[in-house]
Design a protein around this ligand. Structure first.
Ligand SMILES: Cc1cc2nc3c(=O)[nH]c(=O)nc-3n(C[C@H](O)[C@H](O)[C@H](O)COP(=O)(O)OP(=O)(O)OC[C@H]3O[C@@H](n4cnc5c(N)ncnc54)[C@H](O)[C@@H]3O)c2cc1C
Length: 514
């Protein structure tokens, strides 16, 4: 008789993987299926901020802001390699929000919870401080500078999944849940390998629908539950341009339409600009940044900057769909960013569907999900409550300020690495970087070089330990090397994966490649 899992989770975004990690760590048997790659949905298309969300204070979302502010430092401490503190400069714009309102908002932001390590807000004289230099000369005199954090969102998902798997979770990528039904109080989920088209059935006592923008589609696949809380799909797009300025701080610019736009130093040589908010009605898989959105973002930041940003400066753009809970707000920008659970028990067995949420609050969301499911999971749900905030993610077992030390150590142990290479590996893999490099004594020992410091050794590691199955998985989700590699170089990685990669990898055999 095949096993019955305690918990089956549909969706390998940040929320599904967060729940898998927490549940596995509490001793539950966990199955998770993701129809594409981990983080291929909304979780890799975010602004990548681990933030309280200053602007949500305007919508009186105090609970959400407080919870998110507390999460900032918790997440930073469990994943200091992929999360870093970031200072944001918010220039005062005479025609928009008054200075007293900004000061009040930032006072609350500094004091309503969780800020122990991050520095507080300060006032900035833009006429003398270096952060004033990239701005339009003479136009902005004062600003406030406050703290938040920046995260590699897709790596957060993958490392969370890795930790879940290390604790026994069965994580299957390229595996779509196609049919859900209940027999005698047990969930039967038919899953299809999207590469081989092979189908199989798994069984579980509890089912979690973490399908993100597809949450209602998952319900429609036979769960016997009608979507009560409707999802509101809100598109957000970003652009990436060559580095706009030298200093290391980000900007939060206010727009005349009441929205805000972030300008963030990105991947050393680039600047990330985003985002937009517009209702979206198509297939979430097809969302793309429109020319109108790209122009909107360029115009918004050009209003503030000395040197305007033009659509032709854009080297990369991306778009994602926020699967928000539909609270009836009239404008997309005002729809709540908080998460909402729907717990149904059709036929006796529980199904928890997740609406909304943020990267920042994924760990708390997982804790709350397990609290809600405790009556169905028995003793295991309560055991080890709250453990996820104290236990580092893979590679994160170090002090928050230890990255330079780790980089130096990698260079000492692998003297042939350039500083850039060592630093990139330290930021991506933390204390697990040595696992990527193994016993290498020279560049040749790392195998074929694909450009931008990516080697066969690293791709093999990603295929064996991080579910990578294609070049896109490697250069857009496990890293952002796609910004530095040509289309031909990326094609070479795909060819290498097909012809030379270690095919004995059990992950490859489980899913194949797309
Ligand atoms: C533009 C934008 C900017 C954002 N910025 C931030 C930010 O700066 N900070 C922040 O904290 N949050 C931010 N967010 C919010 C955050 O990105 C999302 O709330 C979060 O990623 C949602 O994660 P999820 O796991 O619910 O959904 P997803 O990441 O979409 O995961 C759902 C997964 O389910 C899979 N799936 C669906 N159906 C099936 C099926 N039948 N079988 C198997 N798998 C299935 C999908 O392939 C997908 O990978 C932003 C969002 C957007 C769109």
């Amino acid at each position: 008789m095949e096993r019955i899992f305690d918990l089956a989770i549909i969706g390998g975004g940040v929320n599904g993987c967060g729940i898998a990690r927490d549940a596995a760590g509490r001793g539950n048997s966990v199955f998770l299926c993701e129809m594409n790659d981990l983080a291929s949905g909304t979780s890799s298309w975010s602004t990548k901020l681990v933030h309280g969300g200053l602007r949500y204070l305007e919508y009186y979302e105090f609970r959400l802001v407080r919870e998110a502010l507390i999460e900032r430092e918790i997440l930073w401490q469990i994943a200091p390699h992929i999360i870093r503190p970031l200072r944001f400069v918010l220039p005062h714009h005479a025609g928009l929000r008054p200075a007293w309102l900004l000061r009040l908002g930032l006072f609350l932001y500094d004091h309503i919870g969780g800020r122990n390590l991050l520095p507080p807000t300060r006032s900035v004289d833009l006429t003398t401080d270096a952060v004033g230099r990239p701005l339009a000369p003479g136009r902005y005199k004062r600003a406030f500078e406050y703290s938040d954090c920046f995260v590699d969102d897709a790596r957060l998902v993958v490392l969370t999944a890795r930790d879940a798997a290390d604790r026994g979770a069965d994580i299957r990528t390229r595996t779509r849940a196609v049919e859900i039904r209940q027999v005698d109080g047990i969930w039967h989920v038919t899953v299809e390998n999207t590469v081989s088209k092979q189908r199989s059935e798994i069984r579980a006592r509890v089912l979690v629908n973490a399908g993100g923008p597809w949450v209602e589609e998952v319900l429609a696949s036979g769960a016997g539950v009608n979507a009560r809380a409707k999802v509101r799909l809100v598109q957000g797009s970003h652009i990436v341009v060559r580095r706009l300025y030298e200093h290391d701080r980000a900007y939060m610019f206010q727009n005349a339409d009441g929205r805000i736009v972030f300008v963030i130093p990105y991947q050393d040589d680039f600047t990330l600009i985003g985002t937009t908010d517009r209702d979206y009605h198509g297939d979430p898989a097809n969302v793309k940044a429109t020319q109108e959105e790209i122009k909107y973002l360029c115009d918004s930041v050009s209003e503030y900057l000395a040197k305007p940003v033009k659509p032709e400066d854009v080297v990369w753009d991306y778009a994602g769909v926020r699967p928000l809970y539909d609270d009836g707000a009239s404008e997309a920008k005002a729809a709540t960013r908080d998460y909402v659970f729907e717990l149904d028990t059709p036929g006796g067995a529980p199904l928890l569907s997740i609406y909304g949420g943020k990267i920042t609050t994924y760990r708390r969301l997982a804790e709350e999900a397990l609290e809600r499911l405790e009556p169905y999971l028995g003793g295991n749900a309560k055991a080890r409550q709250g453990w996820t905030g104290k236990s580092p993610l893979p590679g994160g077992n170090m002090d928050v300020s230890a990255l330079p030390v780790l980089t130096a150590e990698l260079q000492r142990n692998y003297p042939f690495l350039s500083v850039e290479h060592a630093s990139r590996l330290a930021h991506a893999y933390g204390t697990r970087a040595a696992k990527v490099l193994g016993n290498a004594k020279s560049p040749a020992d790392l195998g074929q070089s694909f450009g931008a410091t990516l080697t066969a050794a690293e791709v093999s590691y990603l295929m064996t330990w991080e579910w990578a199955m294609s070049a896109a998985d490697v250069v857009w989700r496990r890293s952002k090397l796609g910004l530095r590699l040509s289309a031909a170089e990326i094609e070479t990685i795909d060819e290498w994966i097909v012809t030379k990669a270690p095919h004995e990898s059990p992950l490859l055999q489980a899913g194949g490649r797309t």
